[in-house]
Design a protein around this ligand. Structure first.
Ligand code: NAG
Ligand code: NAG
Length: 480
């Protein structure tokens, strides 16, 4: 049988130089979390200001008896912790799968100094000197949701519906490893109350999918309805029935005269189980490129505000570009708190030169939005470029007022996330707008036949839809 410190040395062979030392350890408290469905965290508090490194050193056993006897370990869990705050450290392993009942024998190793690199028998090794840690046992009795706050919860202004959160806590996250229908509702409806009146329906397609995850990336793809309906039907004379799986009010339509079926089928995801007040949203995405397409990366209030029959344009756009390439170029912006043209005007000077339209626009960028009680700040690739001060009686405030007299995101509003792609519409593109390819807008916004004219013109715009997908790498929302 191997002895205690032998195990330690075997575990960290080449890493830690086990020593007998009289040195006492600074105060260390550790909170361990086995995460669901996988992963592990150790929150470490240590009065060890002078220390630059903390190593979590764990050995896994099937049960307590084997752990106490150091017998037949089933895995290792160790590595450097990262400093989170003055005396707070975090060790994380994203990949380990821990079962209820597993026992972790662990110690916190605080090296005397920086690691020393060395080469031993032709192999690189790292040496850390320090006193052997006290070992403790932790039995996994349940698995914890990764979004559960850490043990040292600092207060925050951020609110999340239905739970308490801590400052700096990740309150929503999707890296799109799979399509998480527990996080997102895949919408299916005809958006008659959409403030931009796009020429589309949102559909959840089982075959020929328009919303899917591939290689850890979310794709939302606009398609032509004509390619999807059966041959005897037509968007000019047919009918569309989306009631099976309908997620909103309107889900069926019969074409009549110029009032054709929505010619485009797109996808839209809503974080129906997650809504928050104040926080920072980070989205890494590649925006759709094609005439008359534009991304929908936005925050919407859970409780919609109504102005008579019409839903108010009470949304915050986090990123804006796409088929509006030229508009975007002229206005030099990539995100706006709303979509009314009059709010764009006069704003372009606020945007940094580095964000001018140019090559690389249609690559991945990280868009972020910081929403606090006082300011809404937009950033692209970590550069803030637009701020709306809500407490100021200045222009930003007025613009919100103009657009939707009722909507000023405040501590009373819970906003949810929406991801989608839209096409056409009667407010996004000004009349007589000309695309970079020299195509003039084929419909007038006030024309009741707008959708029909858009459709009749498809031979001109459809070939430009070379990369119509909205592609999202991750979405993360962090508490203030
Ligand atoms: C350890 O922590 C306790 C309580 O926080 C404190 O009273 C004590 O002085 C600390 N000891 C050391 C050696 O830092
Ligand atoms: C838009 O309206 C103007 C003025 O009525 C008209 O001249 C033009 O032909 C219309 N354009 C389209 C695409 O319908």
């Amino acid at each position: 049988m191997i002895s205690w410190s032998d195990v330690l040395c075997l575990v960290l062979v080449g890493l830690i130089n086990c020593q007998n030392s009289d040195q006492t350890y600074p105060n260390v408290t550790v909170t361990l979390r086995a995460l669901h469905p996988k992963g592990f965290r150790a929150y470490i508090s240590a009065n060890a200001d002078q220390t630059n490194n903390i190593v979590f050193n764990g050995i896994l056993y099937e049960n307590m008896e084997k752990a106490r006897n150091s017998e037949s370990d089933i895995g290792l869990l160790w590595g450097f912790a990262t400093r989170k705050a003055h005396s707070e450290w975090l060790f994380e392993d994203h990949f380990v799968t821990l079962a209820v009942g597993t026992v972790i024998k662990y110690g916190i190793f605080i090296p005397d100094q920086h690691p020393k690199g060395a080469s031993k028998n032709g192999r690189a090794s790292l040496t850390l000197d320090g006193a052997e840690p006290d070992f403790k046992f932790f039995r996994v009795s349940y698995l914890v949701d990764p979004l559960t706050p850490g043990p040292n919860c600092l207060p925050t202004l951020t609110k999340v519906r239905g739970k308490t959160v801590c400052a700096g806590e990740v309150i929503f996250q999707d890296n799109f490893d799979t399509l998480r229908e527990d996080l997102w509702q895949i919408e299916q409806y005809i958006p008659t109350d959409h403030p931009e009146h796009p020429f589309l329906s949102y559909q959840k397609l089982d075959t020929d999918r328009n919303v899917y995850v591939e290689d850890g990336i979310l794709n939302i793809v606009p398609k032509l309805q004509e390619d999807l309906i059966r041959k005897y039907s037509s968007i000019l004379t047919g009918s569309l029935d989306l009631s099976d799986g309908c997620t909103r009010r309107k889900c069926s339509k019969v074409a009549f005269g110029w009032d054709i079926l929505p010619p485009i089928v797109s996808g839209r995801l809503t974080s129906v189980n997650f809504a928050f007040t104040y926080g920072t949203v980070y989205i890494k995405a590649k925006l759709p490129d094609g005439d008359w397409l534009y991304p929908e990366i936005l925050l919407e209030p859970v409780f919609k505000k109504f102005d008579g029959q019409k839903e108010l344009a009470s949304i915050i756009k986090i990123a804006l570009a796409g088929g509006k390439r030229e508009i975007t170029a002229n206005k030099k912006h990539r995100g706006m708190p709303n979509m009314e043209q009059r709010c764009y005007d006069g704003r372009q000077y606020t945007i940094s030169e580095t964000l001018r339209y140019g090559h690389g626009t249609y690559n991945f960028h990280e868009y972020s939005l910081r929403w606090t009680p006082d300011v809404i700040e937009f950033s692209m690739n970590w550069n803030p470029y637009l701020r709306y001060y809500l407490t100021d009686e200045g222009w930003a405030y007025r613009c919100f007022e103009d657009v939707s007299s009722d909507f000023r995101p405040s501590h009373n509003d819970y906003l949810q996330l929406t991801l989608g792609v839209a096409a056409g519409g009667t407010s996004v593109f000004p009349d007589s707008f000309v695309t970079p390819h020299g195509r003039t807008k084929p419909w007038n916004n006030s024309d009741p036949k707008a959708s029909l004219k858009f459709w009749q013109n498809r031979d001109s715009w459809y070939p430009s839809w070379t990369t119509p997908n909205l592609i999202v790498d991750y979405v993360k929302v962090v508490a203030l």
